[in-house]
Design a protein around this ligand. Structure first.
Ligand code: ATP
Length: 450
């Protein structure tokens, strides 16, 4: 493999900044660690991933409904969930170079000798560090006013489960889907947007009858894998990782992660967890409210449901789709190499679907192109570009992963046909203007990555 043209995190970070996917937060002040801003192209990508997930969950399953719970929740929630007590990482500091590490991520030999992996200096004892951001609500900063920024979206779903059963007449098995921000005071934030202090999650909690949990657990593992397949993620880049006994959360019966091969190796993308009846049992205990399900179709049988959770990072998915799409391709002829950077996004994920490009600005081609673009923008996210040579403009669109470019030239004026240029193959076809929307829709539906 040509290493100069293989994918690295540096290339992804640089492309993201150059083309307006992702910027460092507060960059003019030197940046804020663990926080990133999504630019004009990045927000389109993020929204598309979110919409694809939302559609998959709510529109394509009869028994899943949505929710948008508040980030700020009653502090007792986090006692019930176990986060106040257990949501900690083991932390060590180097007394010499002041570097900070997660004790579970450094070499056990060095840890035993209390030796810094960076400078060889002495490490402090391991301390437990809670990852929740704690702040105060109201004017008094006392213990009674403590409030947390939620470290996961799941708890908002559990505390609303009864409301949703009652308001929407849900019957088990059913699920609740939610997308939203979560905050964790991560000790080490690195690898760009992979691990950040502020991020977004896409979580679905599926409530089932005890005893049916294993069946549904397997079902959701299949569904989640197929989601990534459907949106064109290369299967060889994905794998399952089952949690061993030491990794399994105290409440979990079984857990599998879908891992993706990022430039730094295979890492967790999403978790599918069998959380048993732990969550609702704890909330029953802490709130004093009966959270049992009453099965009216079965002689008013009562039980605390088991929960199968699918928990994916939205922002981590953005990085995954970027890494999966990134390609550098030699399109030169013979001994004259010519490299293009191309993001091979699935057209339903690509930030811009269609770019409209007049071959020249003059002779009314710009006006005609604007008019054609106006006919497309109701159906597709479009871009318009008339600056620079057509070759350069194609390359610019390749770099942000636009699957279709529509070019307007002199022939368009004569016979009302345009050129459609395909990102992946760079092939071009001539299409009558009034068939453009149908042709693009057909190409989107039948897309498969070569
Ligand atoms: P880790 O052990 O790596 O800290 P986790 O197992 O605690 O992660 P979960 O609590 O299962 O992660 O979170 C579910 C999903 O949320 C993860 O699969 C990941 O995609 C995303 N996620 C978790 N923490 C972060 C973070 N700090 N930044 C970005 N995404 C995150």
């Amino acid at each position: 493999m040509d290493t100069a043209h293989s994918i690295t995190m540096e290339k992804i970070v640089s492309l993201c900044k150059r083309r307006g996917f992702v910027f460092q937060s507060s960059e003019v002040y030197g940046g804020q660690a663990g926080a990133w801003d999504y630019g004009p192209i990045g927000i389109e990508l993020k929204n598309n991933i979110q919409r694809a997930w939302w559609k998959e969950m709510t529109q394509l399953h009869d028994n899943i409904v949505g929710l948008d719970a508040a980030i700020l929740m009653h502090p007792r929630v986090w006692e019930a969930s176990g986060h106040v007590e257990n949501f900690t990482d083991p932390l060590v500091d180097c007394k010499k170079c002041k570097a900070r590490f997660r004790a579970d991520q450094i070499d056990p030999g060095l840890l035993a000798q209390k030796k810094c992996p960076e400078c060889g200096g002495e490490l402090t004892d391991t301390r437990k560090f809670n990852l929740m951001f704690k702040t105060h609500i109201g004017p008094a900063e006392d213990t009674a006013s403590v409030i947390y920024l939620r470290p996961e979206t799941a708890q908002g779903i559990y505390v609303n489960y009864k409301n949703i059963i009652q308001s929407n007449r849900m019957k088990i098995p059913f699920g609740i889907a939610q997308v939203g921000k979560a905050f964790r005071n991560e000790i080490v934030t690195k690898n760009f947007i992979f691990r950040t202090c502020e991020f977004e999650q896409m979580e679905m909690q599926f409530f089932v009858k005890p005893g049916e949990d294993e069946k549904w657990f397997n079902y959701w593992r299949g569904e989640r894998w197929n989601f990534y397949k459907k949106y064109g993620v290369r299967q060889e880049k994905l794998r399952w990782h089952q949690h061993g006994p030491d990794e399994l959360a105290h409440y979990a019966k079984d857990a599998y992660d879908i891992e993706f091969e990022f430039p730094m190796g295979f890492r967790e993308l999403e978790g599918v967890h069998n959380r048993t009846n732990y969550d609702l049992t704890r909330h029953t205990e802490f709130s004093g409210k009966d959270l049992q399900y009453i099965d009216q179709d079965n002689g008013a049988e009562r039980y605390v449901p088991f929960i199968i959770e699918t928990s994916a990072g939205l922002t981590r998915n953005v990085l995954m789709f970027l890494c999966d799409a990134y390609d550098e391709e030699n399109v030169g002829a013979g001994d004259k190499p010519d490299w293009r950077t191309v993001l091979r996004f699935h057209p339903k994920i690509a930030p811009i679907t269609v770019a409209v490009l007049p071959l020249f600005k003059k002779d009314g081609l710009s006006e005609l192109a604007v008019d054609i673009r106006n006919g497309l923008r109701e159906s597709f996210m479009t871009d318009y570009d008339e600056g620079g040579s057509i070759g350069k403009r194609y390359r610019r669109q390749d770099e942000t992963g636009t699957p279709f470019c529509v070019t307007i030239d002199y022939q368009t004026k004569e016979d009302n046909t345009v050129t459609v240029r395909f990102r992946d193959s760079m092939e071009q076809i001539r299409v009558p203007r009034d068939e453009l929307t149908a042709v693009i829709n057909r190409e989107i539906s039948s897309y498969s990555r070569k």
